[in-house]
Design a protein around this ligand. Structure first.
Ligand code: HSE
Length: 427
């Protein structure tokens, strides 16, 4: 039976889960895959952690050179995170001819061109299923399952931390700050939560997924990004009353106008399949020209779900003699002739505080009329302040730039009206 040696760089949550799956299922993979996958080496500064997971002392390496010079190691798994040491270690492994499996979305998003060049030069594999949406096999789906299609659109909930926070805000009516603290207590959100709550994590993933879906490099810099830290209880409550759930969405679209990529919170109608994706679960909703709609759902983080994605890549690499690389032109930036849509179209929700006197609404609707914005729904409530009301407005589909211009104009009205929130709505 073919024997394949694996090294794991980093035994944190995901590295530990990967080690656990590989050791538990060694005999299962011998039986089902006809391959003996053995963890030959781990690189972990915390030796106690490695020993507590059952790693034999002699398998704990002291540096990267030791790992990449080990002839028994065929596949190197990078689960360190960050882009400094991880980039150096992954390049060292590829340059030594080892296949690399990584869960590092930021590394793959920013340096896929450099890593793929090194991999191809050495005829080594480079696999990254675990970099996006944890245990949900979205990369393999894009690389294999839906290759027959031109993908026209992809809408995903691809960050579990923000989905947990928004779900709690919706269910309990609590503030963003309280729900964030709860997410931190449960270990979903980091002490510095900005990568998740400001949408960076989702944008790295969207850059990778849309590059695969649209067959061209979609750089991180082309992604419109807005996080959830400014969302208030009032926005969630208004949405609930109007029949919407708020989600942090990652949206990728391709049309004759170009490629449109954005990460931002958006209201989703209660009946939409993405509206029922709750807590820390993730989902991606794809539309292909032949297959139609496809939705994948599952856990986007965690030791065993992400370990599952890593081990699937290891098995793929261990059982295929040819390496499989991505089908997009993997350069540092986008191809020169690729157009990106910046003035995208959407429906919008706006919440404003308005002076409660004759003519206020007329002034606001005149601005909307001037910018070609048409109202679908309007809800008025007493405001916290004397003599003011709160308006919640939902518009028909319109242009982002028209909404920005209208909001800027309304915010010049001083006491008469102020726009507190603008959110996009997915119909
Ligand atoms: N922090 C991510 C999330 C998991 O909350 O979904 C890893 O990408």
């Amino acid at each position: 039976m073919k024997k394949v040696g694996v090294a794991i760089l980093g035994l944190g949550v995901v590295g530990g889960g990967t080690y656990q799956i590989l050791t538990k299922h060694r005999e299962f993979y011998q039986r089902t895959q006809n391959v003996d996958i053995v963890v030959e080496s781990v690189l972990e500064l915390n030796r106690e952690r490695a020993l507590s997971l059952g790693v034999p002392e002699e398998n704990i390496a002291s540096n990267i050179a030791e790992v990449v010079s080990d002839p028994d190691v065929n596949i190197v798994v990078e689960v360190i995170g960050g882009v400094t040491a991880a980039r150096e270690f992954v390049l060292a492994a590829l340059n030594a001819g080892k296949t690399v499996v990584t869960s590092n979305k930021e590394l793959f998003c920013k340096y896929s061109h450099e890593l793929e060049r090194a991999a191809k030069r050495q005829n080594a594999g480079l696999y990254f299923e675990a970099s996006c949406v944890g245990g949900v096999p979205i990369i393999r789906t894009l690389l294999d399952g839906v290759q027959a299609n031109e993908i026209t659109s992809m809408i995903g909930i691809i960050n579990g931390t923000t989905n947990y926070i928004l779900t709690k805000m919706y269910e309990e009516g609590s503030s963003y700050e309280d729900c964030l603290r709860e997410a931190q207590r449960l270990g979903y959100a980091e002490a510095d939560p900005s990568a998740d709550v400001e949408g960076f994590d989702a944008a790295y993933k969207l850059s990778i997924l849309s590059s695969l879906a649209f067959h061209t490099k979609v750089p991180f810099s082309k992604i419109f990004r807005e996080g959830i830290s400014g969302i208030s209880k009032d926005d969630i409550a208004d949405g609930k009353e109007l029949g919407y759930v708020l989600k942090l969405l990652a949206i990728g679209k391709q049309s004759d106008a170009g490629i449109e990529v954005r990460v931002h919170p958006a209201f989703v109608r209660k009946g939409h399949p993405l509206a029922s994706v709750n807590d820390s679960f993730n989902a991606v909703y794809l539309t292909g020209d032949s297959v139609g709609d496809v939705m994948l759902y599952g856990r986007g983080a965690g030791a065993l779900p992400t370990g599952s994605a890593i081990v699937s890549d290891i098995i793929y690499a261990a059982t295929h003699s040819e390496n499989k690389y991505s089908t997009f032109r993997n350069t540092a930036g986008a191809d020169k002739d690729v157009r990106f849509v910046t003035d995208f179209k959407s429906a919008y929700y706006m919440r404003m505080t308005v002076e409660d006197r004759p003519g206020s609404l007329a002034k606001i609707s005149a601005v909307f009329g001037k910018h070609g914005i048409s109202i679908v729904e309007l809800m008025q409530k007493p405001a916290y302040m004397e003599g003011k009301v709160q308006l919640a407005i939902v518009t028909h589909r319109t242009r982002e730039m028209s909404v920005r211009a209208a909001v800027a104009r309304i915010n010049t009205f001083g006491e008469v009206a102020h726009v507190d929130t603008v959110l996009r709505v997915v119909s």
